[in-house]
Design a protein around this ligand. Structure first.
Ligand SMILES: *Cc1c(COP(=O)(O)O)cnc(C)c1O
Length: 444
């Protein structure tokens, strides 16, 4: 294997990658439709939303926490004035999209993961005449013929933690057998939480890509096993994309306009790419050029940066090629190689990718706690660097090229926080302790 990096990267960009220095990379293929020849169908977003609506009464029965929302899994859009004073030097409005508190799974994975398991359950029930059509009564899925059918099937997934939680929880709740292949980065409490729910957890002493590959191989030999393939899943992607429809409504309710004079900047934590990719795809379908989406990654795991800097239709370069080792506490983003499918889907839509150090993530984690009383895991804090990244030399270049400088006072910045509400108190205290240590380095 050669250690080649994408040819489009400059020497400065490559140095920053190799030295784990934070940087903002701008996508040269933004706005070039030919960069993304095989675009997913926008109609699929509405199909996914309709499916989530069909299942809503059933989900409200399974998860009492969804009673109030009548079975819709959604997070709040929160204005953050106090936090804005420390993280947003550009002005305008600042909001948090609070997926760290998404019900049922406690992370953004509740969107894609649950949608994919519902797709599979619906398909099985229709094929086996348990449901006569999609207009049938979905409460039948909890009765014994459906439950006997579902129990014959295993749902398997490879995960750094949160996707496993999401798939394990919904899979077990619907009566499937669930198996989660965990990468070495997965936190002990995430594994324990799943085992308590009867989910089989298989630990791999290897990275996320290897855990996915192991799970995929095992599932292939078993016709009663359905593998949720995070590296190649339109069903996950479309579940995530539905977030855009929901956000549009929430912005509207908050009186926030989004159009060419009122740009929206969105900062999305990225692992393998499915979640931020799906959301970008959805937002671009709704807001077009008025929305500017940036992915955010740890300096030690910039797999989407490398994937997006590569060529359409070619396999993404792994971060190991830049001498990196995925040495990060941001387990939700600890991915070595991006999903090629996702890179190709958003190649003409993504504004850029920035990287950030773990030290800064801990600083944001503490600021979210102190200023807004919001509890996130390290991965979920990375969006807070977004507005500051746009205020760098490279960021200013982006704002000027797209004639955004004069529009900044009317702009909205959206920090997408993606996980944290399930973090045990003892673990969260350790995060806060770490953030204090990092902000006051001991003098020796
Ligand atoms: C999975 C995850 C992401 C990113 O999603 P990908 O689909 O892997 O890109 C971001 N934040 C958290 C907390 C996650 O668990």
């Amino acid at each position: 294997m050669s250690n080649r990096l994408p040819e489009s990267l400059s020497a400065i960009q490559i140095n920053a990658l190799r030295n784990s220095t934070p940087q903002l990379w701008l996508n040269p293929e933004l706005g070039c439709p030919e960069a993304s020849p095989e675009k997913p169908d926008v109609q699929e977003i509405h199909i996914a939303e309709a499916r989530l609506q069909r299942f809503a009464p059933l989900l409200a029965t399974l998860f009492p926490e969804l009673n109030e929302s009548k079975g819709i899994i959604e997070s709040q859009l929160l204005p953050v004035r106090s936090l804005a004073s420390t993280i947003n030097p550009l002005g305008g409005h600042t909001f948090i999209k609070a997926d760290h508190a998404l019900p049922v799974a406690g992370s953004i994975k509740a969107r894609g993961g649950i949608h994919e398991v519902l797709c599979f359950a619906e398909q099985l029930a229709l094929e086996n005449n348990i449901l006569s059509s999609i207009d049938d009564d979905y409460s039948k899925l909890l009765e014994s013929p459906a439950q006997q059918l579902f129990n014959r099937y295993e749902i398997a997934v490879g995960s750094t933690g949160n996707l496993g939680l999401s798939i394990g929880i919904i899979g077990a709740a619907l009566g499937f057998r669930a198996t989660v292949h965990m990468s070495v980065d997965a936190k002990a409490w995430k594994k324990a939480r799943l085992r308590k729910r009867g989910v089989t957890v298989i630990e791999h002493n290897a990275d996320y890509g290897a855990a996915v590959a192991a799970g995929r191989t095992q599932a292939e030999t078993d016709p009663f096993s359905y593998f949720v393939d995070d590296e190649n899943s339109p069903r996950l992607f479309m579940g995530y994309a539905v977030a855009a429809l929901r956000l549009q409504q929430q912005l509207d309710n908050a009186g926030i306009r989004v159009d060419n004079d009122h740009p929206l900047f969105v900062y999305l934590p990225a692992g393998v790419g499915g979640a931020p990719g799906g959301i970008t795809f959805g937002l671009k379908a709704l807001f077009g050029n008025a929305v500017h989406c940036f992915f955010a990654e740890p300096v030690q795991a910039p797999c989407m940066l490398l994937g997006m800097a590569g060529k359409a239709g070619s396999p993404p370069v792994p971060v190991y090629n830049a001498g990196l080792h995925i040495d990060t506490d941001a387990d939700g983003l600890a991915v070595g190689t991006a999903a090629q499918w996702v890179c190709d889907a958003v190649r003409d839509q993504l504004a850029g990718v920035y990287t950030e150090t773990d030290d800064r993530l801990y600083g944001h984690l503490a600021a979210l706690h102190e200023k807004e009383n919001i509890q996130v895991e390290p991965s979920a804090a990375i969006g807070c660097s977004g507005p500051g990244m746009l205020n760098t030399t490279v960021g200013r270049q982006f704002l000027e090229t797209h004639q955004l400088v004069t529009k900044l006072p009317h702009a909205t910045h959206l920090i997408w926080t993606t996980g944290g509400s399930f973090v045990p108190d003892s673990e969260y205290k350790r995060y806060i302790q770490k953030s204090i240590e990092k902000s006051n380095p001991k003098v020796s």
